[in-house]
Design a protein around this ligand. Structure first.
Ligand SMILES: [Zn+2]
Length: 329
């Protein structure tokens, strides 16, 4: 009897689990489905004569534990949310993907509205500024030749004022939107971060062909080392960068088009409340995630999100946690 009762209970619990799973699936957001794109033969950087050598590594400003359910709908537990900047050493010089947090970030936060200071602002207290991190790896801030912005949110532009000479590349859609803003903090952006750049600001012209499932492309430096791809939704001009080295290594830096690996691997969107708050266009964000998922399934390039170290395959830290420079390859 005990056994039967036990089996009944197991069966009942399985049925409950199945019912709950059904409820969960019923509530889960349907993600747009896209077929895996073709990988153009011309994108095989290692086989391209004269292709530039690019070494990449990651700088970490600060790590903040956050609820995974906010970043990935239906998930639980914590994830280590990382504020980062990526460094590319290229023949043309030091190029950064985004400019994370800077020397002025504490002052920036102090000037923001109270709700921001108490929530997001508090989490970056004690963050290492970009200038300091660069010096730790032997890069003088004025050596940085270019910054490729994935989008114009404050935690990706905060270190721009640490870089006195860099050209700053940004999608036209983000730039024209930002230029029309008058508030100090608006939809996650601080327009002052870009206002002082003058001639160093370079709108990205997405005048190259559709590629890898995305509507257009731009060969940023004209040598095939960095291709910009439109991945809109999180912001109007959110951009991903496909970086290729002549040793066959490549990465797709997606910024915040995905926050965590689950977003493009499952795929699954951010939690419903969070995406209402942080994504300028939710439907477009979901469509972009569907396209990133299709590219992910192709298995040709690791996707690197700005905030999830778990997605940083084949991408070393520029400095270890003790502050020592780590070799890059
Ligand atoms: Zn971000």
């Amino acid at each position: 009897m005990k056994g039967v009762a036990g089996e009944t209970m197991v069966l009942a619990s399985r049925m409950t689990a199945a019912a709950l799973a059904g409820v969960t699936l019923g509530c889960a957001t349907q993600m747009p489905s896209h077929t895996a794109p073709n990988w153009p033969a011309g994108l095989n950087a290692a086989a391209t004569p004269g292709a530039p050598a690019v070494a990449a590594c990651a700088l970490i400003h600060v790590v903040v534990p956050e609820a995974l359910g906010n970043a990935a709908e239906g998930h639980s537990g914590d994830w280590p949310s990382t504020y980062s900047t990526f460094v590319l050493r290229t023949p043309r010089g030091v190029v950064l993907i985004d400019a994370g947090l800077g020397t002025d970030t504490p002052a920036d936060v102090a000037k923001a509205p109270a709700w921001f200071r108490w929530s997001v602002g508090n989490s970056v207290v004690g963050a290492k500024p970009l200038g300091q991190l660069l010096r730790q790896v032997g890069i003088a801030p004025d050596e940085v030749t270019d910054v490729l912005l994935t989008h114009v949110h404050w935690d990706h532009t905060g270190g721009l004022r640490d870089l006195p000479k860099a050209k700053v590349w940004v999608a036209g859609a983000d730039l024209s939107w930002l230029r029309a803003q008058t508030d100090y903090l608006t939809e996650g952006a601080m327009p002052a971060h870009l206002a002082q750049l003058g001639e160093r600001l370079q709108p990205l012209a997405m005048n190259g062909p559709a590629m890898l499932g995305f509507a257009a492309s731009a060969d940023v430096f004209g040598d095939g080392s960095v291709l910009a791809l439109p991945t809109p939704g999180h912001t109007r001009g959110s951009t991903s960068y496909l970086v290729q080295s002549n040793n066959g290594k490549r990465w797709l830096f997606v910024g915040d088009a995905a926050w965590v690996a689950e977003n493009y691997q499952v795929p699954v969107p951010r939690g419903w409340l969070v995406r209402k708050l942080v994504d300028q266009d939710q439907a477009q964000t979901a469509d972009t995630l569907g396209r990133l998922h299709a590219l992910f399934t192709l298995g040709k390039v690791p996707l690197v999100t700005a905030h999830d170290q778990r997605s940083w395959q084949d991408l070393p830290l520029c400095v270890d946690l003790a502050g020592a420079a780590t070799p890059v390859s």
